[in-house]
Design a binder for this molecule. Structure first.
Ligand SMILES: [Zn+2]
Length: 147
């Protein structure tokens, strides 16, 4: 029965539903080890309750579903890290598309090359695109003369 394979997670008052198999996708994490013996399990409602940030959890669950971890835009870096730590996940797994956002929102003590590099790379790319964009009124890239 499909119902037996499904699981309800109530995170901060928002109910998320997924397959038990989905939560096994990332081993050795809090969600991969859920059992009904845990205090978080409510046998009457047949759901697990966690008093954690529901917005971050949406991305956490998406990570289990897709294998890709994206950074939620509406939270700050330390909060994101705290939530990931609670769920037993590693913030270094954030997808490249979200590196720059994540490193900007991250704490200001950015002294780690891994975090500063994607931001710098992104910035240089933007700058080059801007300079060489023929439609840009401010361009000072190679000038092409018409004959
Ligand atoms: Zn992303």
């Amino acid at each position: 029965m499909d119902g037996e394979n499904r699981i309800i997670l109530n995170v901060g008052g928002i109910r998320y539903e997924t397959y038990k198999a989905t939560l096994k996708k990332i081993p050795a994490t809090r969600l991969s080890r859920l059992t009904e013996a845990l205090a978080n399990y409510d046998p009457i409602l047949n759901e697990y309750f966690f008093d954690r940030h529901p917005g971050v959890f949406a991305q956490v669950l998406n990570y289990y579903r897709t294998g890709k971890l994206h950074y939620p835009t509406n939270v700050c870096g330390p909060l994101f890290e705290e939530e990931l730590e609670f769920w037993g996940l590693d913030s270094n797994q954030v997808e490249p598309c979200c590196w720059s956002t994540y490193s900007i929102h991250r704490d200001t003590q950015v002294n780690n090359y891994i975090y500063i590099y994607p931001t710098l790379h992104h910035f240089i790319n933007r700058l080059l695109k801007y300079l060489y964009d023929p439609l840009s009124p401010h361009r000072f890239g190679p000038i092409i003369y018409r004959t």
